[in-house]
Design a protein around this ligand. Structure first.
Ligand SMILES: Cc1ncc(COP(=O)(O)O)c(C=O)c1O
Length: 390
């Protein structure tokens, strides 16, 4: 059996059309876009084109796009840049986010708490959706920022970002709203207009683009300031020689993801629904995590916990069977702590240790899903038989 890659939420294989675009820029027009001579100007043209194309895809102005090194950098810049600037303008010192955000958000907000900010981490329901009543209660006159992910990376829960943004602004019109739309891009309309946000984070490697290339959208005029200081690149909003080929690869990947969205979503949804409905029938005591309604979760995400097995052991056994999967978030794989997302959802610690996430992609086939459905039941059965107390 060829390898079966079912961890598209961790990263996606680059699309050959994107690779070609990246290679063209990298090999032909490698100049520094800040240089005034021909080589520099040729590189500058690719960067300008990348910015124009990303802006068109998002329905925003090119001047509102800042290219970054990916999701983590965009999130750090969005949150710190907005919080610090708002506080300096005397608008308050309170940040609202959710308990199920990616660590890039949680750790950035925790750092700001150590720098004198106050933060509210909103609870979620048993399916991972944020509590809007708690949000309404949390936002006050001192709140400077709401950061809410568009979709969760572990359990696929879609968050009501537009609704949350409207509620927050009704309570305090000066609140800035950021969304980490890293997982949702390519699955939903993540344009700032649709989400109702002032700041938006995207990263190319989650939609078949290159790693190390992301963008931050900053609404024109929003009270925000740069975090990466140095040269005057990106109109003084992100210093450092630009990753021109990466930015162009991001633009091409984004255009393809947007243009092929319906087709990709239908393909993934069909395969994911097979996991969602067939796996619990084949493996007794499978607890599906995240929204029970398939339409309320990312179309490519399946996540569950198996009672009485270690998640890591399942992953190792799957790897030996040529299947790449994850226990939830790539970033916490290997950690002994149960996932903060499952904990926030009220999943007990024992069960949370036995979590599995299978995320399908454009290259996944029905035959691969058949294979996984055939391999998993005996793996879980064998591990359960070995479990202490079995
Ligand atoms: C929801 C979410 N936010 C942020 C990130 C970080 O993005 P990057 O890997 O580009 O730094 C990830 C990646 O795992 C993610 O899933």
């Amino acid at each position: 059996m060829e390898r079966v890659y079912l961890d598209h939420a961790a990263t996606t294989p680059p699309d050959p059309r994107v690779l070609e675009a990246v290679w063209t820029v990298l090999s032909r027009d490698w100049g520094n876009p800040s240089s005034i001579y021909l080589e520099g100007q040729r590189a500058r043209r690719w960067l300008d084109e990348a910015r124009a194309r990303c802006a068109r895809a998002l329905g925003v102005s090119p001047s509102e796009i800042v290219f970054t090194s990916g999701g983590t950098e965009s999130i750090n810049a969005a949150i710190r840049g907005a919080a610090l600037e708002q506080r300096d303008r005397g608008r308050g010192d309170h940040i609202v986010t959710s308990q199920v955000e990616h660590h890039a958000v949680l750790h950035t907000v925790e750092r700001l708490e150590r720098e004198g900010f106050r933060a509210t981490f909103l609870p979620v329901d048993g399916e991972g959706r944020v509590d809007l009543a708690a949000l309404e209660e949390a936002v006050g006159p001192e709140t400077v920022l709401l950061s809410l992910m568009a979709a969760n990376n572990e359990v696929g829960a879609l968050q009501p970002v537009a609704e949350a943004a409207a509620l927050a602004r009704a309570r305090n019109p000066r609140v800035l709203v950021h969304s980490d739309a890293v997982q949702a891009a390519g699955a939903l309309d993540v344009s700032p207009d649709a989400l109702g946000v002032d700041l938006l984070t995207l990263t190319a490697h989650k939609f078949y683009g290159p790693k190390g290339s992301g963008l931050l959208y900053v609404r024109g005029g929003a009270p925000w300031r740069a975090q990466m200081l140095g040269g005057g690149q990106e109109r003084e909003r992100r210093a450092g020689t630009e990753n021109v080929a990466g930015a162009f690869g991001l633009a091409v990947a984004m255009e393809l993801a947007w243009a092929e969205r319906d087709e990709r979503v239908a393909h993934c949804r069909h395969l994911r629904d097979r996991l969602l409905f067939e796996l619990p029938e084949r493996v007794p005591d499978t607890v599906v995590t995240g929204p029970a309604d398939p339409a309320a979760r990312l179309p490519n995400n399946f996540s569950c916990c198996f009672r009485d097995v270690e998640g890591e052991s399942v992953l190792l056994a799957l790897d030996m069977a040529e299947i790449a999967a994850s226990s939830g978030s790539a970033c916490t794989t290997g950690a002994l702590e149960p996932s903060h997302v499952l904990t926030a959802m009220g999943v007990d610690a024992d069960l949370a240790h036995a979590s599995l996430r299978l995320s399908v992609g454009t290259g996944t086939t029905d035959a691969q899903i058949d294979y996984v459905l055939e391999q998993l039941p005996p793996i879980v059965e064998r591990l359960r038989a070995l479990a202490p107390g079995a």
